[in-house]
Design a protein around this ligand. Structure first.
Ligand code: FAD
Ligand code: SF4
Ligand code: SF4
Length: 476
Protein backbone atom coordinates (compact mmCIF):
# COMPACT_ATOMS: atom_id res chain seq x y z
CA UNK A 1 0.00 0.00 0.00
CA UNK A 2 1.34 3.50 -0.90
CA UNK A 3 2.70 5.47 2.05
CA UNK A 4 0.40 8.25 3.28
CA UNK A 5 2.34 11.54 3.12
CA UNK A 6 1.57 14.01 5.88
CA UNK A 7 1.25 17.38 4.21
CA UNK A 8 1.32 19.59 7.28
CA UNK A 9 4.52 20.43 9.12
CA UNK A 10 4.63 19.42 12.79
CA UNK A 11 4.52 22.71 14.72
CA UNK A 12 7.31 23.54 17.15
CA UNK A 13 6.08 24.37 20.67
CA UNK A 14 6.74 28.01 21.56
CA UNK A 15 6.50 30.18 24.66
CA UNK A 16 3.25 32.14 24.86
CA UNK A 17 3.80 35.69 23.48
CA UNK A 18 2.20 37.28 26.57
CA UNK A 19 4.68 35.54 28.84
CA UNK A 20 7.77 35.65 26.68
CA UNK A 21 7.88 39.43 26.35
CA UNK A 22 8.72 39.48 30.06
CA UNK A 23 11.69 37.15 29.82
CA UNK A 24 14.76 36.41 27.70
CA UNK A 25 14.20 32.64 27.54
CA UNK A 26 14.17 30.96 24.15
CA UNK A 27 10.92 31.48 22.21
CA UNK A 28 10.97 28.24 20.20
CA UNK A 29 11.07 25.37 22.68
CA UNK A 30 12.20 22.74 20.18
CA UNK A 31 10.87 19.32 19.22
CA UNK A 32 10.42 16.44 21.63
CA UNK A 33 11.43 12.96 20.41
CA UNK A 34 7.82 12.27 19.50
CA UNK A 35 7.41 15.46 17.46
CA UNK A 36 10.84 15.16 15.82
CA UNK A 37 10.08 11.60 14.76
CA UNK A 38 6.73 12.66 13.32
CA UNK A 39 8.33 15.51 11.33
CA UNK A 40 11.30 13.36 10.23
CA UNK A 41 8.90 10.71 8.93
CA UNK A 42 7.45 13.26 6.46
CA UNK A 43 10.78 13.40 4.57
CA UNK A 44 10.60 11.18 1.49
CA UNK A 45 14.38 10.56 1.57
CA UNK A 46 15.40 11.94 -1.81
CA UNK A 47 18.66 10.31 -2.99
CA UNK A 48 21.72 12.22 -1.74
CA UNK A 49 23.05 13.03 -5.22
CA UNK A 50 19.69 14.54 -6.16
CA UNK A 51 18.25 15.95 -2.89
CA UNK A 52 17.53 19.61 -3.66
CA UNK A 53 17.61 20.51 0.04
CA UNK A 54 21.34 19.63 0.14
CA UNK A 55 22.02 21.89 -2.84
CA UNK A 56 20.22 24.74 -1.06
CA UNK A 57 22.43 24.47 2.03
CA UNK A 58 25.58 26.61 1.73
CA UNK A 59 27.60 23.94 3.56
CA UNK A 60 25.82 20.98 1.90
CA UNK A 61 24.65 19.14 5.01
CA UNK A 62 23.50 15.61 4.10
CA UNK A 63 19.93 16.31 5.17
CA UNK A 64 18.16 13.05 4.24
CA UNK A 65 21.09 11.22 5.86
CA UNK A 66 20.72 12.83 9.27
CA UNK A 67 16.90 12.73 9.13
CA UNK A 68 17.07 8.95 8.58
CA UNK A 69 19.26 8.63 11.68
CA UNK A 70 16.63 10.48 13.74
CA UNK A 71 14.10 7.86 12.67
CA UNK A 72 16.59 5.18 13.75
CA UNK A 73 16.96 7.00 17.11
CA UNK A 74 20.71 7.26 16.43
CA UNK A 75 21.71 10.70 17.76
CA UNK A 76 25.46 10.09 17.43
CA UNK A 77 25.04 8.92 13.84
CA UNK A 78 22.89 11.96 12.99
CA UNK A 79 25.36 14.35 14.66
CA UNK A 80 28.32 12.82 12.83
CA UNK A 81 26.61 13.17 9.46
CA UNK A 82 25.89 16.86 10.14
CA UNK A 83 29.37 17.52 11.55
CA UNK A 84 31.04 16.33 8.34
CA UNK A 85 30.22 19.74 6.88
CA UNK A 86 28.71 21.81 9.71
CA UNK A 87 30.51 22.16 13.06
CA UNK A 88 27.82 24.36 14.68
CA UNK A 89 24.41 22.66 14.16
CA UNK A 90 22.90 23.92 17.44
CA UNK A 91 23.49 27.42 16.08
CA UNK A 92 22.61 27.03 12.39
CA UNK A 93 19.50 24.98 13.26
CA UNK A 94 18.31 28.05 15.14
CA UNK A 95 19.42 31.03 13.08
CA UNK A 96 19.93 29.99 9.44
CA UNK A 97 17.47 31.60 7.04
CA UNK A 98 16.31 28.08 6.12
CA UNK A 99 13.32 29.32 4.14
CA UNK A 100 15.77 30.79 1.59
CA UNK A 101 18.23 27.91 1.73
CA UNK A 102 17.74 24.20 2.48
CA UNK A 103 14.00 24.35 3.08
CA UNK A 104 13.28 26.54 0.06
CA UNK A 105 14.27 23.66 -2.22
CA UNK A 106 12.49 20.85 -0.36
CA UNK A 107 10.34 18.81 -2.78
CA UNK A 108 7.67 18.39 -0.12
CA UNK A 109 6.79 22.02 -0.87
CA UNK A 110 5.03 20.75 -4.00
CA UNK A 111 2.75 18.48 -1.96
CA UNK A 112 2.26 20.54 1.18
CA UNK A 113 4.58 22.07 3.78
CA UNK A 114 8.35 21.79 3.37
CA UNK A 115 10.24 19.68 5.93
CA UNK A 116 11.29 21.67 9.00
CA UNK A 117 14.98 20.94 8.42
CA UNK A 118 16.31 23.67 10.72
CA UNK A 119 14.33 22.51 13.74
CA UNK A 120 15.34 18.87 13.11
CA UNK A 121 19.00 19.90 12.89
CA UNK A 122 18.62 21.82 16.15
CA UNK A 123 16.94 18.77 17.71
CA UNK A 124 19.94 16.56 16.90
CA UNK A 125 22.39 19.12 18.34
CA UNK A 126 20.31 19.63 21.50
CA UNK A 127 19.83 15.90 22.13
CA UNK A 128 23.56 15.28 21.61
CA UNK A 129 24.36 18.06 24.07
CA UNK A 130 21.96 16.66 26.67
CA UNK A 131 23.50 13.22 26.25
CA UNK A 132 27.09 14.55 26.27
CA UNK A 133 27.72 13.12 22.79
CA UNK A 134 30.45 14.58 20.59
CA UNK A 135 31.23 13.52 17.06
CA UNK A 136 34.21 11.23 16.56
CA UNK A 137 37.04 13.45 15.28
CA UNK A 138 40.22 12.42 13.58
CA UNK A 139 43.06 14.61 14.79
CA UNK A 140 46.12 14.73 12.54
CA UNK A 141 49.46 14.63 14.43
CA UNK A 142 50.79 18.08 15.42
CA UNK A 143 52.78 19.54 12.51
CA UNK A 144 54.62 22.31 14.42
CA UNK A 145 53.02 25.13 12.39
CA UNK A 146 51.05 27.99 13.93
CA UNK A 147 47.96 29.83 12.70
CA UNK A 148 46.44 32.96 14.26
CA UNK A 149 42.72 33.59 13.87
CA UNK A 150 41.46 37.12 14.48
CA UNK A 151 37.83 37.21 15.64
CA UNK A 152 35.80 34.47 17.36
CA UNK A 153 32.62 34.70 15.26
CA UNK A 154 31.36 31.77 13.19
CA UNK A 155 33.99 32.34 10.46
CA UNK A 156 36.89 32.29 12.94
CA UNK A 157 35.51 29.40 15.01
CA UNK A 158 34.99 27.22 11.93
CA UNK A 159 38.46 27.95 10.54
CA UNK A 160 39.97 27.23 13.98
CA UNK A 161 38.11 23.90 14.29
CA UNK A 162 39.26 22.66 10.88
CA UNK A 163 42.87 23.80 11.29
CA UNK A 164 43.35 22.28 14.75
CA UNK A 165 42.08 18.95 13.38
CA UNK A 166 44.68 19.19 10.58
CA UNK A 167 47.46 19.37 13.20
CA UNK A 168 48.01 23.13 13.45
CA UNK A 169 48.63 25.04 16.66
CA UNK A 170 45.72 27.50 16.54
CA UNK A 171 45.15 30.65 18.63
CA UNK A 172 42.01 32.78 18.31
CA UNK A 173 42.38 36.46 19.29
CA UNK A 174 39.14 38.20 20.29
CA UNK A 175 38.70 41.89 21.07
CA UNK A 176 35.75 41.36 23.44
CA UNK A 177 35.66 39.67 26.83
CA UNK A 178 33.42 36.87 25.57
CA UNK A 179 33.74 34.50 22.61
CA UNK A 180 31.34 33.94 19.70
CA UNK A 181 31.17 37.28 17.83
CA UNK A 182 27.63 38.29 16.82
CA UNK A 183 26.39 34.94 18.14
CA UNK A 184 27.15 36.18 21.65
CA UNK A 185 26.81 39.96 21.52
CA UNK A 186 24.25 40.48 18.75
CA UNK A 187 21.67 37.70 18.42
CA UNK A 188 19.51 37.81 21.55
CA UNK A 189 19.23 35.02 24.11
CA UNK A 190 15.56 34.42 23.19
CA UNK A 191 16.64 33.31 19.70
CA UNK A 192 20.02 31.77 20.47
CA UNK A 193 20.74 30.89 24.11
CA UNK A 194 24.31 31.80 25.00
CA UNK A 195 24.86 28.38 26.63
CA UNK A 196 24.67 26.83 23.16
CA UNK A 197 27.44 29.12 21.87
CA UNK A 198 29.57 28.54 25.00
CA UNK A 199 29.14 24.79 24.66
CA UNK A 200 30.49 24.91 21.09
CA UNK A 201 33.43 27.10 22.18
CA UNK A 202 34.23 24.74 25.08
CA UNK A 203 34.26 21.86 22.62
CA UNK A 204 36.83 23.69 20.47
CA UNK A 205 38.96 24.25 23.57
CA UNK A 206 38.72 20.54 24.36
CA UNK A 207 40.21 19.66 20.96
CA UNK A 208 43.09 22.10 21.45
CA UNK A 209 42.08 25.54 20.11
CA UNK A 210 43.58 28.32 22.28
CA UNK A 211 41.70 31.57 22.87
CA UNK A 212 42.97 35.00 23.93
CA UNK A 213 40.21 37.45 24.89
CA UNK A 214 40.43 41.24 25.25
CA UNK A 215 43.08 41.42 22.51
CA UNK A 216 42.47 43.94 19.73
CA UNK A 217 44.65 43.19 16.73
CA UNK A 218 45.67 46.57 15.36
CA UNK A 219 46.04 47.91 18.93
CA UNK A 220 47.29 45.24 21.37
CA UNK A 221 49.38 43.63 18.60
CA UNK A 222 49.75 44.67 14.99
CA UNK A 223 49.10 42.36 12.09
CA UNK A 224 52.85 42.57 11.30
CA UNK A 225 53.64 41.23 14.79
CA UNK A 226 51.25 38.33 14.30
CA UNK A 227 52.92 37.44 11.02
CA UNK A 228 56.31 37.24 12.77
CA UNK A 229 54.99 34.62 15.20
CA UNK A 230 52.53 32.67 13.03
CA UNK A 231 52.80 30.86 9.69
CA UNK A 232 49.46 32.29 8.53
CA UNK A 233 46.70 34.58 9.78
CA UNK A 234 42.93 34.38 9.18
CA UNK A 235 40.88 37.56 9.60
CA UNK A 236 37.30 36.85 10.69
CA UNK A 237 36.73 40.30 12.08
CA UNK A 238 33.11 40.68 10.96
CA UNK A 239 31.21 43.86 10.17
CA UNK A 240 30.64 45.50 13.52
CA UNK A 241 30.68 49.22 12.65
CA UNK A 242 27.14 50.61 12.58
CA UNK A 243 25.76 52.90 9.91
CA UNK A 244 23.83 56.03 10.91
CA UNK A 245 21.93 58.64 8.88
CA UNK A 246 23.41 62.10 9.10
CA UNK A 247 20.19 63.81 10.24
CA UNK A 248 19.60 66.83 12.52
CA UNK A 249 19.55 65.71 16.16
CA UNK A 250 21.16 62.30 15.51
CA UNK A 251 23.60 62.83 18.41
CA UNK A 252 20.86 63.26 21.03
CA UNK A 253 20.94 61.00 24.10
CA UNK A 254 18.81 57.87 23.73
CA UNK A 255 19.69 57.30 20.07
CA UNK A 256 21.57 54.02 19.75
CA UNK A 257 22.97 51.85 17.00
CA UNK A 258 21.43 48.36 17.10
CA UNK A 259 24.90 47.05 17.75
CA UNK A 260 25.33 49.11 20.92
CA UNK A 261 21.73 48.54 22.07
CA UNK A 262 21.98 44.76 21.63
CA UNK A 263 25.51 44.53 23.05
CA UNK A 264 24.41 46.40 26.17
CA UNK A 265 21.55 43.96 26.61
CA UNK A 266 23.15 40.67 25.51
CA UNK A 267 26.74 41.00 26.61
CA UNK A 268 26.54 43.53 29.44
CA UNK A 269 23.15 42.35 30.79
CA UNK A 270 21.93 45.97 30.94
CA UNK A 271 18.41 44.77 31.76
CA UNK A 272 19.82 43.67 35.13
CA UNK A 273 21.26 47.15 35.93
CA UNK A 274 22.32 48.03 38.70
CA UNK A 275 23.17 44.39 39.48
CA UNK A 276 25.33 44.67 36.30
CA UNK A 277 27.32 47.88 35.57
CA UNK A 278 25.91 48.88 32.17
CA UNK A 279 22.62 50.81 32.01
CA UNK A 280 20.17 51.07 29.14
CA UNK A 281 17.74 53.95 28.68
CA UNK A 282 14.31 52.92 29.96
CA UNK A 283 11.08 54.53 28.80
CA UNK A 284 7.64 53.93 27.33
CA UNK A 285 8.13 54.27 23.59
CA UNK A 286 10.99 53.18 21.36
CA UNK A 287 11.36 53.37 17.59
CA UNK A 288 13.61 51.12 15.51
CA UNK A 289 14.68 52.37 12.09
CA UNK A 290 15.15 49.44 9.69
CA UNK A 291 13.40 46.21 8.78
CA UNK A 292 15.97 43.39 8.78
CA UNK A 293 16.69 40.69 11.36
CA UNK A 294 18.77 43.11 13.39
CA UNK A 295 15.80 45.51 13.58
CA UNK A 296 13.49 42.69 14.73
CA UNK A 297 16.03 41.66 17.38
CA UNK A 298 16.30 45.24 18.65
CA UNK A 299 12.51 45.73 18.73
CA UNK A 300 11.82 42.45 20.51
CA UNK A 301 14.64 43.08 23.00
CA UNK A 302 13.18 46.54 23.72
CA UNK A 303 9.87 44.95 24.73
CA UNK A 304 11.73 42.63 27.07
CA UNK A 305 13.59 45.47 28.80
CA UNK A 306 10.24 47.13 29.52
CA UNK A 307 9.28 49.43 26.61
CA UNK A 308 5.49 49.35 26.25
CA UNK A 309 5.21 50.56 22.67
CA UNK A 310 7.82 49.57 20.14
CA UNK A 311 7.70 50.72 16.52
CA UNK A 312 9.47 49.45 13.43
CA UNK A 313 9.83 52.37 11.03
CA UNK A 314 10.38 51.24 7.46
CA UNK A 315 10.71 53.30 4.31
CA UNK A 316 9.20 50.68 1.99
CA UNK A 317 6.29 48.21 2.35
CA UNK A 318 6.08 44.87 4.17
CA UNK A 319 6.88 42.75 1.11
CA UNK A 320 10.33 44.41 0.88
CA UNK A 321 11.33 43.73 4.48
CA UNK A 322 14.55 41.71 4.64
CA UNK A 323 13.95 40.08 8.04
CA UNK A 324 13.09 36.39 8.14
CA UNK A 325 9.35 35.70 7.98
CA UNK A 326 9.55 33.83 11.31
CA UNK A 327 11.13 36.86 13.01
CA UNK A 328 8.52 39.24 11.60
CA UNK A 329 5.72 36.90 12.75
CA UNK A 330 7.24 36.63 16.23
CA UNK A 331 7.60 40.40 16.46
CA UNK A 332 3.97 40.88 15.41
CA UNK A 333 2.72 38.29 17.93
CA UNK A 334 4.64 40.11 20.64
CA UNK A 335 2.97 43.42 19.83
CA UNK A 336 5.65 45.30 17.86
CA UNK A 337 3.93 47.94 15.72
CA UNK A 338 4.97 48.38 12.08
CA UNK A 339 4.86 51.75 10.28
CA UNK A 340 5.52 51.41 6.56
CA UNK A 341 6.44 54.00 3.93
CA UNK A 342 8.06 56.38 6.42
CA UNK A 343 11.60 57.80 6.54
CA UNK A 344 13.18 59.75 9.41
CA UNK A 345 14.17 63.34 8.60
CA UNK A 346 15.42 64.45 12.03
CA UNK A 347 15.12 64.20 15.81
CA UNK A 348 13.97 66.72 18.40
CA UNK A 349 15.33 66.69 21.95
CA UNK A 350 14.40 68.14 25.33
CA UNK A 351 16.41 70.69 27.37
CA UNK A 352 18.62 67.87 28.77
CA UNK A 353 19.54 66.63 25.30
CA UNK A 354 17.36 63.51 25.39
CA UNK A 355 15.58 62.47 22.21
CA UNK A 356 11.84 63.17 22.45
CA UNK A 357 10.49 63.12 18.89
CA UNK A 358 11.48 61.43 15.66
CA UNK A 359 10.39 63.51 12.65
CA UNK A 360 9.12 61.37 9.79
CA UNK A 361 8.07 61.90 6.19
CA UNK A 362 5.67 59.68 4.24
CA UNK A 363 6.93 57.94 1.08
CA UNK A 364 5.42 56.44 -2.02
CA UNK A 365 7.10 53.72 -4.04
CA UNK A 366 8.79 54.82 -7.26
CA UNK A 367 10.83 53.00 -9.90
CA UNK A 368 12.94 49.96 -8.93
CA UNK A 369 16.52 50.77 -7.84
CA UNK A 370 19.67 48.69 -8.63
CA UNK A 371 18.57 46.08 -6.04
CA UNK A 372 15.32 45.58 -7.99
CA UNK A 373 13.23 46.96 -5.12
CA UNK A 374 10.95 49.94 -5.73
CA UNK A 375 12.57 53.10 -4.43
CA UNK A 376 10.90 55.05 -1.61
CA UNK A 377 10.13 58.60 -2.78
CA UNK A 378 9.27 61.20 -0.08
CA UNK A 379 5.89 62.95 -0.49
CA UNK A 380 6.37 66.71 0.10
CA UNK A 381 4.31 68.23 2.91
CA UNK A 382 3.67 64.92 4.76
CA UNK A 383 6.09 65.38 7.68
CA UNK A 384 4.91 64.44 11.14
CA UNK A 385 6.39 63.65 14.55
CA UNK A 386 6.34 60.45 16.63
CA UNK A 387 7.00 60.87 20.36
CA UNK A 388 9.73 58.54 21.60
CA UNK A 389 12.00 57.91 24.58
CA UNK A 390 14.66 56.10 22.55
CA UNK A 391 15.57 55.32 18.96
CA UNK A 392 17.61 52.43 17.56
CA UNK A 393 19.28 52.58 14.14
CA UNK A 394 19.29 49.17 12.45
CA UNK A 395 20.12 50.19 8.89
CA UNK A 396 23.22 48.09 8.36
CA UNK A 397 26.80 47.58 9.42
CA UNK A 398 30.21 47.69 7.79
CA UNK A 399 33.60 46.22 8.71
CA UNK A 400 35.65 47.80 11.47
CA UNK A 401 38.87 49.42 10.21
CA UNK A 402 40.94 49.16 13.44
CA UNK A 403 42.95 46.23 12.20
CA UNK A 404 43.76 47.24 8.66
CA UNK A 405 43.88 51.01 8.63
CA UNK A 406 47.62 50.89 9.39
CA UNK A 407 48.27 48.07 6.91
CA UNK A 408 48.48 49.55 3.39
CA UNK A 409 49.18 46.11 1.87
CA UNK A 410 45.57 45.06 2.61
CA UNK A 411 43.28 46.19 -0.18
CA UNK A 412 39.65 47.01 0.68
CA UNK A 413 36.62 47.54 -1.57
CA UNK A 414 34.63 50.78 -1.65
CA UNK A 415 32.27 49.21 0.91
CA UNK A 416 35.17 48.71 3.33
CA UNK A 417 35.25 44.92 2.91
CA UNK A 418 38.56 43.11 2.47
CA UNK A 419 39.51 42.02 -1.04
CA UNK A 420 40.07 38.25 -1.26
CA UNK A 421 40.39 35.78 -4.12
CA UNK A 422 38.55 32.45 -4.49
CA UNK A 423 40.95 30.89 -1.94
CA UNK A 424 40.19 33.64 0.58
CA UNK A 425 43.73 35.08 0.18
CA UNK A 426 43.94 38.79 0.88
CA UNK A 427 46.38 41.07 -0.92
CA UNK A 428 48.95 40.47 1.86
CA UNK A 429 51.02 37.30 1.77
CA UNK A 430 50.04 34.77 4.46
CA UNK A 431 46.86 36.65 5.41
CA UNK A 432 43.44 35.14 4.66
CA UNK A 433 39.95 36.48 5.44
CA UNK A 434 36.30 35.42 5.39
CA UNK A 435 32.81 36.02 6.79
CA UNK A 436 31.29 39.48 7.13
CA UNK A 437 34.77 41.07 6.85
CA UNK A 438 34.76 40.13 3.15
CA UNK A 439 31.01 39.91 2.41
CA UNK A 440 29.67 42.80 4.47
CA UNK A 441 26.63 41.87 6.56
CA UNK A 442 25.79 38.30 5.69
CA UNK A 443 24.77 35.10 7.48
CA UNK A 444 26.20 32.70 10.03
CA UNK A 445 26.29 29.74 7.68
CA UNK A 446 28.03 31.67 4.88
CA UNK A 447 30.63 32.90 7.37
CA UNK A 448 31.16 29.29 8.45
CA UNK A 449 31.49 28.18 4.82
CA UNK A 450 34.18 30.84 4.29
CA UNK A 451 36.04 29.72 7.43
CA UNK A 452 36.02 26.15 6.15
CA UNK A 453 37.29 26.99 2.67
CA UNK A 454 39.90 29.36 4.07
CA UNK A 455 41.19 26.63 6.44
CA UNK A 456 41.76 24.36 3.44
CA UNK A 457 43.55 27.15 1.56
CA UNK A 458 45.72 27.99 4.62
CA UNK A 459 46.77 24.34 4.85
CA UNK A 460 47.69 24.35 1.16
CA UNK A 461 49.65 27.62 1.51
CA UNK A 462 51.63 26.47 4.55
CA UNK A 463 52.48 23.16 2.88
CA UNK A 464 53.50 24.62 -0.50
CA UNK A 465 54.47 28.22 0.28
CA UNK A 466 52.72 29.21 -2.96
CA UNK A 467 51.22 32.69 -3.18
CA UNK A 468 50.07 34.34 -6.43
CA UNK A 469 51.74 37.45 -7.87
CA UNK A 470 48.34 39.06 -8.15
CA UNK A 471 45.07 38.48 -6.25
CA UNK A 472 42.04 38.19 -8.54
CA UNK A 473 39.14 39.50 -6.42
CA UNK A 474 36.25 37.17 -5.70
CA UNK A 475 32.88 38.93 -5.85
CA UNK A 476 30.20 38.19 -3.27
P1 FAD B 1 31.29 38.22 13.64
O1 FAD B 1 30.27 37.28 14.14
O2 FAD B 1 30.94 39.65 13.53
O3 FAD B 1 32.57 38.08 14.58
C1 FAD B 1 33.69 38.92 14.42
C2 FAD B 1 34.46 38.94 15.72
O4 FAD B 1 35.72 39.57 15.48
C3 FAD B 1 33.78 39.77 16.82
O5 FAD B 1 33.70 39.00 17.99
C4 FAD B 1 34.69 40.97 17.00
O6 FAD B 1 34.72 41.43 18.34
C5 FAD B 1 36.04 40.39 16.58
N1 FAD B 1 36.99 41.40 16.11
C6 FAD B 1 36.76 42.40 15.23
N2 FAD B 1 37.87 43.13 15.03
C7 FAD B 1 38.82 42.58 15.83
C8 FAD B 1 40.18 42.90 16.07
N3 FAD B 1 40.78 43.93 15.47
N4 FAD B 1 40.88 42.14 16.96
C9 FAD B 1 40.28 41.07 17.59
N5 FAD B 1 38.99 40.74 17.39
C10 FAD B 1 38.27 41.47 16.51
N6 FAD B 1 22.78 35.67 10.54
C11 FAD B 1 22.03 34.55 10.37
O7 FAD B 1 22.42 33.65 9.64
N7 FAD B 1 20.83 34.43 11.02
C12 FAD B 1 20.36 35.34 11.89
O8 FAD B 1 19.30 35.18 12.46
C13 FAD B 1 21.15 36.52 12.11
N8 FAD B 1 20.76 37.46 12.99
C14 FAD B 1 21.57 38.53 13.25
C15 FAD B 1 21.21 39.42 14.25
C16 FAD B 1 22.04 40.48 14.57
C17 FAD B 1 21.64 41.41 15.65
C18 FAD B 1 23.25 40.67 13.83
C19 FAD B 1 24.16 41.83 14.13
C20 FAD B 1 23.61 39.79 12.83
C21 FAD B 1 22.78 38.70 12.55
N9 FAD B 1 23.15 37.77 11.57
C22 FAD B 1 22.38 36.64 11.40
C23 FAD B 1 24.39 37.90 10.79
C24 FAD B 1 25.50 36.98 11.34
O9 FAD B 1 25.51 37.03 12.74
C25 FAD B 1 26.85 37.38 10.76
O10 FAD B 1 26.77 37.27 9.36
C26 FAD B 1 27.97 36.46 11.28
O11 FAD B 1 28.06 36.48 12.68
C27 FAD B 1 29.32 36.86 10.67
O12 FAD B 1 30.31 36.07 11.24
P2 FAD B 1 31.84 36.53 11.30
O13 FAD B 1 32.56 35.41 11.95
O14 FAD B 1 32.26 36.97 9.96
O15 FAD B 1 31.86 37.83 12.21
FE1 SF4 C 1 19.72 24.29 6.56
FE2 SF4 C 1 21.50 25.95 7.66
FE3 SF4 C 1 21.44 23.40 8.42
FE4 SF4 C 1 22.30 24.04 5.97
S1 SF4 C 1 23.27 24.58 7.91
S2 SF4 C 1 20.89 22.38 6.52
S3 SF4 C 1 20.98 25.82 5.48
S4 SF4 C 1 19.82 24.90 8.71
FE1 SF4 D 1 13.62 15.24 2.60
FE2 SF4 D 1 12.77 17.52 1.43
FE3 SF4 D 1 15.36 16.93 1.41
FE4 SF4 D 1 13.68 15.46 -0.06
S1 SF4 D 1 14.15 17.64 -0.35
S2 SF4 D 1 15.34 14.72 1.26
S3 SF4 D 1 11.86 15.50 1.26
S4 SF4 D 1 14.12 17.33 3.24
Amino acid sequence: MARQIKKKRVPVPEQDPKERIHNFNEVALGYTWELATEEASRCIQCPVNFAPCIKGCPVNVNIPGFIKKILEKDVKGALEIIHKTNALPGITGRVCPQEEQCEMNCVMGKLGDRINIGKLERFVADEARKMGIHPEVTMAPKNGKKVAIVGSGPAGLTAAADLVKMGYDVTVFEALHDLGGVLIYGIPEFRLPKDIVRYEVEYLKSIGVKFEKNVVIGKTYTLYELLEDYDAVFLGTGAGTPKFLNLPGVNLKGIYSANEFLTRINLMKAYKFPEYDTPIKKGKRLAVIGAGNVAMDAARSALRVGYEEVYILYRRTREYMTAREEEIAHAEEEGVKFMFLVSPVGFVGDADGNVRVVRLIMNELGEPDESGRRKPVPIPGTEFGLEVDAVVFAIGQKPNKVLYQEVPELKVTRWGTLVVDEKYRTTMRGVFAGGDAVRGESTVVLAMGDGKKAAKAIDEYIKTGEWPEEIKPQSF
